[in-house]
Design a protein around this ligand. Structure first.
Ligand code: ATP
Length: 358
């Protein structure tokens, strides 16, 4: 009997459903001959759902997410659909908080032949880990604003930072074992200016001391932005605060050639959400031109994560196969979506990935 993994599917808003459908199809193609099975359970939520029903994140969908082995999410939010107080509808942020998904994993991979704004063909392969539950997002939506002042609070806690750093070192270890990195973690902070970041760094150093086989260093966030452009190949695993990570991960997406190629995972102790870095792209929704690659690469990360968690090498292998199929299409360059300067639509890109898998 096949082991079945349940996947909660948030197809979301805008281009969300358009990129989710071919991704689920690819996952089913991989699972078909395998010794595992995937069961997809739809979890309605998001801005369009709110506009239709008055509810942005039904309890039943949260229950589906909590009960699933993994969560696949495309994109949520629409600029014209907002709560009465004017804030955006973003169930993905509710999920991060409710499931304590503290590690935002943002890989940046550039293979030779991959279109990139960098003036070199040198391969790049690093992972940025963005803390995703506190930092400068702590008072999100609750900042104090008076006539003359505005205040937000940056929060760094031991309860989140310690498992975050452990996660970073474990990731560096598994990347080293897979031949993907030298085994190094860089703590990105602003410890020269803020006491909160000196505290952050102190906890990082304590974790580093437990991993003599992994190199550890520090970098200030401003210098990191410069080095990500000047010598991105020098990074392996980077770990940083929420707002710094928010900004640097878009820089990473830019290096890769755009948001359409940037996958991500939000990982906690018991749950994980896999979703592209981009939003719902309402400007191109419904036209069949969205690039599904970031979504497909996020699904590949999901398979790899499930494989590690359940000690199921076949899942890990299929995750690697799916990632390599996308990378093969990118570097071949014969099928290219509009955001990458081509003319191909979502279906053609997904078909090319499927052919590369075969
Ligand atoms: P959010 O704040 O919800 O993350 P955003 O403001 O970053 O969203 P996106 O929705 O990510 O905006 O879109 C930014 C730009 O990138 C838009 O012009 C959009 O069309 C384009 N874009 C985003 N994702 C894709 C994709 N998968 N394929 C092609 N273009 C995309």
């Amino acid at each position: 009997m096949k082991t079945t993994y349940e996947i909660a599917v948030f197809e979301g808003d805008g281009i969300g459903p358009e990129i989710m459908a071919p991704t689920v199809d690819l996952l089913l193609t991989l699972a078909e001959p395998a010794s595992y099975a995937l069961r997809f359970v739809d979890a309605p939520a998001g801005a369009a759902h709110y506009a239709r029903t008055g509810e942005s994140f039904p309890t039943a969908s949260m229950d589906t997410a909590r009960g699933a082995d993994a969560i696949l999410l495309s994109a949520m939010g629409l600029p014209d659909v907002r709560y009465p107080d004017g804030t955006e509808i973003s169930p993905q942020i509710d999920l991060r908080k409710a499931l304590t998904l503290f590690a935002g994993v943002r890989p940046v991979t550039i293979r030779p032949g991959h279109p990139t704004p960098l003036a070199t063909d040198k391969p790049v392969d690093f992972v940025l880990i963005r803390e995703s539950t506190e930092g400068l997002f702590h008072t999100q939506g609750r900042g104090e604003v008076t006539e003359d002042e505005a205040r937000e609070t940056l929060l760094i806690t031991r309860a989140i930072s310690e498992p975050l750093f452990k996660f970073a070192f474990d990731l560096a270890k598994s990347r080293k074992a897979a031949g993907r990195g030298p085994g190094k973690v860089t703590c990105v902070d602003k410890a020269n200016v803020f006491r909160a970041f000196a505290f952050f760094r102190e906890m990082f150093d304590a974790e580093a001391a437990k991993h003599p086989d992994i190199a550890a260093d520090h970098a200030y966030v401003d210098a990191t932005a410069l080095w990500m452009v000047e010598r991105p190949w020098s990074f392996d695993v980077m770990v940083t605060e929420n707002m710094f990570g928010d900004i640097l991960s878009d820089l990473g997406a830019g290096l890769m050639g755009g948001l359409g190629l940037a996958p991500s995972a939000d990982i906690g102790h018991d749950h994980a959400v896999f979703q592209p870095c981009h939003g719902s792209a309402p400007d191109i929704a419904g036209q069949g031109v969205a690039n599904p690659m970031a979504m497909i690469l996020s699904a590949a990360m999901m398979l790899e994560w499930l494989g590690g968690r359940h000690d199921a090498p076949e899942l890990t292998r299929d995750g690697v196969r799916l990632r390599e199929a996308v990378e093969a299409v990118i570097t071949a360059g014969t099928v290219r979506s509009r955001d990458l300067g081509g003319t191909d639509g979502t279906a053609a890109v997904a078909a090319a990935v499927k052919a590369a898998l075969a």
